[in-house]
Design a protein around this ligand. Structure first.
Ligand SMILES: [Zn+2]
Length: 287
């Protein structure tokens, strides 16, 4: 699933390509994924593109478009006049994910004055919603914890939140969107490796210096992932169709059986609360 760095990369790409341009028409090919009346956003220009956690918020002149990509959603913009060659990047093995757009997993097409924005989603868990006011965004974001780069996300805040989550594992803690927004499986594993903490460690077993290290490493990992344009282990693509390259520098994610980048011990994978967790059994000692 796209996590914060992936959605932020898409946001930045869309911002670069769409601001000031007008939506001329909308073709909703699967109505289940589009909530609201597509006709209302016609002829509106794109004013701003924001993000809260993993939700994209496209501000139009009189409406907002909320978009959640969930597991396999993609938003890819193809400018008018772009050839198929321009868009053939990445080479996903599933031919349905070749860039001859639209294809059978394209569910919504926004036609703008300078090109087309395609919403593709293989698993169809993603959604697009039209709302008319900022207040209507609130129900989608009110339970979310702060963003990693907000002043509210302080060591004091983090320590206080941890005190209420003693019984769960640190891996589950990082995935809890009410504590800090936007961490998913990839960056939870990467943060814990960098912090030398085993993912099954219970929150109440963490030493104060470990809490401090994890707190500090969350932005470190996010910033590194942003620099690489996110992780394209499967479906994720940037807004111009390019892959993210974080996987090439990942320490543990999707590296089961491969040598630890620090000590050479093979990386292991276990399930924690139903989620795959990758770690180095030597650098991240179990309590
Ligand atoms: Zn190691």
């Amino acid at each position: 699933m796209p996590e914060l760095p992936e959605v932020e990369t898409i946001r930045a790409g869309l911002k670069r390509m769409l601001i000031g341009h007008r939506i001329c028409s909308i073709n909703v090919r699967d109505k289940k994924l589009f909530i609201g009346d597509p006709e209302t956003i016609k002829n509106q220009a794109v004013i701003e593109i924001a993000r809260r956690a993993k939700i994209l918020i496209i501000r139009l002149e009189r409406s907002y478009l909320l978009i959640h990509l969930k597991m396999t959603g993609q938003l890819i913009f193809v400018p008018n006049g772009a050839t198929e060659q321009d868009m053939v990047v990445g080479g996903h093995p599933d031919p349905a994910y070749s860039f001859s757009l639209p294809h059978k997993h394209t569910h919504v097409i926004f036609e703008l004055d300078h090109g087309k924005l395609y919403f593709n989603d293989l698993r169809k868990f993603g959604w697009i919603k039209v709302v008319e006011s900022a207040e209507q965004i609130e129900p989608h974001v009110h339970t979310l914890g702060p963003e990693y780069n907000w002043p509210e996300f302080s060591l004091e805040y983090f320590t206080k939140k941890l005190a209420r989550k003693k019984a769960i594992t640190v891996k589950q803690l990082l995935l809890d969107q009410t504590i800090v927004a936007g961490i998913g499986n990839i960056y939870a594993d990467e943060t814990l490796f960098l912090s030398k903490v085993h993912p099954q460690t219970k929150v109440n077993e963490l030493k104060p210096n470990e809490i401090q290290i994890i707190f500090k490493n969350i932005p470190t990992i996010f910033n590194k992932a942003l620099k690489h344009g996110g992780t394209s282990s499967q479906h994720y693509r940037q807004a111009d169709g390019k892959m993210g390259t974080y996987l090439a520098v990942a320490n543990v994610y999707k590296r089961e059986g491969m040598p630890c980048t620090v000590c050479g011990t093979p990386i292991e994978r276990i399930k924690i609360a139903g989620r795959s967790s990758h770690f180095c059994p030597s650098c991240q000692k179990k309590r």
